[in-house]
Design a protein around this ligand. Structure first.
Ligand code: R5P
Length: 285
């Protein structure tokens, strides 16, 4: 049985269809003090062997909701709980960057580990984050699918990583698209919203560019990278990512920078979620 967190309902439905498994409906309540209570009556009503909890942890509430869904499955006596975290929130806090900081990704992984027999997550910021989980955790790669919604008529395209960490992603998307070259910029992050891009000498004049990253959060990285391109006679510019978090004014920043289209997957459900990671997840289940 597929059990969906509220932030992952479309993906959970797609996964249920792929696996031909029933899709449970969760009930929600909130106490006067703001605490959440999620109930999944069908887990108790049916004799369920395996519960697959699908929940992107896009907010603190979503984290709590995931823990409650896992616990509801355990309480119902299911034999196996599999936890699918399409987007792992706090995944970018995978080390203590200054003395006294927590390793937040490890803290949330430990909490999630207590309620599950297995974990799947999609393209985490660093794959090593899987080691923070107690049960087996698998990083599912969905980057190849990012090529699917791209315009078919891109002119001599460059698949550009806005920082060195995204080079492999850019190469994967280029390979799946079947044409073009790859390049990358160097990025220095000054704060949560301020980044500085050091461009390479890539020639983008009259060429279309696809900027590829794992996450678009505030849009600072992408808009700075696209800003550099606009001085160089670039053709069309589109951006693509696995996780379209798109917080605050990210979409506006990208539009102002001259981006023609934003594409992402359904690990985070947004209007830009042009491709589903359900088939990639289903193969692992
Ligand atoms: C960081 O290295 C990631 O790969 C992304 O570049 C980053 O998370 C994007 O964040 P933002 O959109 O806030 O610049």
């Amino acid at each position: 049985m597929i059990v969906s967190g509220s932030a992952s309902q479309s993906l959970a439905a797609a996964l249920a269809a792929e696996l031909e498994e029933p899709l449970a409906v969760a009930d929600y309540d909130r106490f006067p003090d703001g605490e959440l209570l999620v109930t999944v009556p069908e887990l108790a009503d049916r004799d369920v062997d395996r519960a697959i909890v699908v929940a992107s942890t896009v907010s603190s509430d979503a984290h709590l909701e995931l823990l409650q869904l896992q616990d509801a499955a355990r309480e119902a006596g299911v034999d196996e709980v599999v936890t699918v975290i399409p987007y792992l929130g706090y995944g970018r806090q995978d080390e203590a960057f200054e003395a006294g900081q927590p390793i937040s990704a490890r803290a949330v992984a430990r909490a999630i580990s207590t309620g599950t027999d297995r974990v799947l997550t999609v393209t985490p910021h660093e794959e090593s984050v899987c080691e923070f989980f107690e049960p087996t955790a698998t990083a599912v790669d969905a980057a190849g699918r990012l090529a699917e919604p791209l315009p078919a008529d891109l002119a001599d395209p460059v698949f550009l990583a806005p920082d060195a960490g995204a080079i492999e992603l850019a190469e994967t998307v280029r390979d799946a698209y079947g044409a073009g070259t790859t390049d990358y910029f160097e990025k220095t992050r000054h704060s949560g919203t301020e980044v500085e891009i050091s461009p390479s000498d890539v020639d983008v004049a009259d060429r279309d560019v696809v900027v590829v990253d794992d996450i678009i959060a505030t849009g600072s990285t992408m808009s700075e990278a696209v800003g550099v391109l606009s001085d160089r006679g670039v053709g069309r510019v589109v951006v693509t990512c696995v996780h379209p978090l798109l917080v605050r004014n990210a979409a506006t920043k990208l539009a102002r920078a001259g981006v023609e289209a934003i594409y992402g997957t359904d690990t985070i459900e947004r209007p830009t979620s042009a491709v589903s990671v359900a088939p990639a997840l289903a193969r692992e289940l």
